[in-house]
Structure formats: structure tokens, C-alpha cells
Design a protein around this ligand. Structure first.
Ligand SMILES: [Mg+2]
Length: 290
């Protein structure tokens, strides 16, 4: 079975920023967090994702805005966001899965992954994610074992860190195994035996943290789409990221995923192109008696 992996960033790629939604829902001004508090911590030397995770923890606990925040509560919050996905989701997932069959190419499956600097629990709370996604990689807070209230950082996914998870998908490492065996990704696997070659990956992301993934995939023959939503241009996190964004041009599209939308059509085409390439490679191998 050949596998095509379609990998998405989450916040501002599949839906508007979920951390801002969490903060605003608890009366914390997300704009102030992204445009003043996070930059202040960065000036003091904090890595950006650790800065926002620290601010979340600072706001959690009795008598603080986020209250006794638990991982279960984050998951429940995620379940309330299912109607926030951008247009064309989840329909595009069924469409992409059906591409190989429509092209009469057998034994090709299309899988979906999220690699996000946002909170894994919120993402996993979504029924859309539960129904369609094969793996979710995100930042994680750790709980106090007695009170269950979040109090430390278990996992922090920053920009270069995102490529680590592309390698895990490439080598076919199960996301559940890699949680407790982080060095599995370093095991030497010859290219021909890797489960998902990079040229069978399609990546969609919007932010600064996605640039190393864009670069890696572009150099390895994969396909990468940049997302930019003009209607969310003024969102606080966007303003924060624009401030830091290096001057580089990416092909960017609005995050609209219907078959009549530019990005929705390109993604369907990208999966069809990879499917045809797999078909051609098989036919050539057969002809050469390999
Ligand atoms: Mg994003």
C-alpha cells in the first residue's frame, strides 16, 4: 500500500487561532497577549512557543482567568470549535481520500496529519480531527497528578521542531510510540523502506513556524502550500507573526477548501498528481521486471 500524507498546520490554516479563542472565551485579551505580552517575553530571551505556554500557565489556577484548567477541559473546549473550521472542511477529506480510486489506481491511501505549535488537547477535542486524522502533533501541558490542573510544559513544538514530525511520518513511526520513545526518529531507515517518501507529502501551513517544513518539502520533491487569510489579517496573532515574518515570497492562498476554491482545487490536483506518479513508477518498475 502506497501512502500519500496530507499534513496541515492547525491555527489559521484549518480554523482561526484556537489559543486566541481559548483566551477570549475566558476573558483574557488575546490581542494583548500576542501583541504585548509575548513580544515582551521574547525580548527577555523566551522562545516564542514557550512564551505563550508560560502565559497560559500564568493565567491558570484558582482565582485566575483560566481557572482550574485541566487537559480534559481543553479537550472539551476543542469540541466546541467544530463549527469554526474554514469552508470546505471536512468535505475535502473525503474528496482527497477518493482521488486514487477515481483515477483507478489501486492500493494508494491518503492520510491526514496535523503538526501544530498550538495545544494538542484542543485539536484532539475536535470531532472532525478525531474522524479524519491519522496523527496529531501539538504542544502539550502537563498536569498536577493530584489536582489535574495544568502546571508545566510537556512538549513544545517550535518551528524547526515541526520538521522532526515530518521525518516521523516519513519513517512510518506511530505518533503514539514516538510520544514515549522520542529517539525512534533517529533510527537509520534506508530511503526505499520509508513508509511515506517526502515526494508523497503535501503540506499546508500559514505561519512562521511552517517555513522549515516548506523548505524541507520543496527540497525533497514534496508539495507545499502557504495559506493567508485576508479576512483575518488584523487578528492579533497574525499581526504578531507578520511583525516577525522574514521577507520571503511564498505561494499563498486563502484557506478555503471547497472544490470551487483556489486552494481546495490545488490540493485535489496535488493528490491526483502524486497518485499518477505512483502509478507511473509502478508501471515502469513492472516493465523493468523489478
Ligand atoms: Mg498556523
Amino acid at each position: 500500500m502506497a501512502v500519500i500524507a496530507v499534513i496541515f498546520d492547525f491555527d489559521d490554516t484549518l480554523m482561526p487561532d484556537s489559543t486566541s479563542a481559548l483566551l477570549n472565551a475566558h476573558g483574557v485579551d488575546a490581542r494583548d497577549v500576542w501583541t504585548r505580552q509575548v513580544p515582551e517575553l521574547i525580548k527577555r530571551g523566551y522562545d516564542p512557543p514557550l512564551a505563550y505556554l508560560k502565559l497560559l500557565l500564568d493565567n491558570a489556577g484558582a482565582d485566575r482567568p483560566l481557572g482550574d484548567l485541566t487537559k480534559a477541559a481543553l479537550r472539551r473546549f476543542g469540541s466546541t470549535l467544530d463549527d469554526k473550521f474554514f469552508p470546505g472542511i471536512p468535505e475535502i477529506f473525503d474528496d482527497l481520500r477518493a482521488v486514487p480510486t477515481a483515477g483507478e489506481v489501486r492500493d494508494v491511501s491518503v492520510e491526514f496529519y496535523v503538526i501544530s505549535g498550538g495545544l494538542r488537547e484542543i485539536i484532539l477535542g475536535s470531532t472532525v480531527v478525531q474522524s479524519y486524522f491519522n496523527g496529531v502533533y501539538g504542544s502539550e501541558l502537563g498536569e498536577d497528578p493530584h489536582t489535574r490542573v495544568v502546571r508545566d510544559v510537556m512538549r513544545c513544538i517550535t518551528f524547526t521542531e515541526k520538521t522532526r514530525y515530518l521525518f516521523e511520518i516519513n519513517k512510518g513511526i506511530d505518533s503514539k510510540d514516538s510520544r514515549t520513545q522520542p529517539h525512534l526518529v533517529n533510527e537509520d531507515v534506508v530511503q526505499e523502506e520509508r513508509r511515506v517518501p517526502f515526494d508523497r507529502m503535501v503540506y499546508v501551513g500559514d505561519g512562521l513556524t511552517d517555513i522549515p517544513c516548506f523548505s524541507l518539502l520543496q527540497s525533497m520533491g514534496g508539495t507545499a502550500f502557504g495559506v493567508f487569510d485576508p479576512t483575518h489579517e488584523s487578528s492579533a496573532k497574525r499581526a504578531f507573526q507578520e511583525f516577525l515574518r522574514p521577507k520571503r515570497v511564498l505561494g499563498v492562498h486563502a484557506p478555503r477548501y471547497r472544490d470551487t476554491d483556489e486552494l481546495g482545487a490545488f490540493l485535489r490536483q496535488a493528490v491526483a498528481t502524486v497518485t499518477s506518479r505512483i502509478d507511473l513508477e509502478r508501471k515502469m518498475a513492472k516493465q523493468l521486471g523489478r
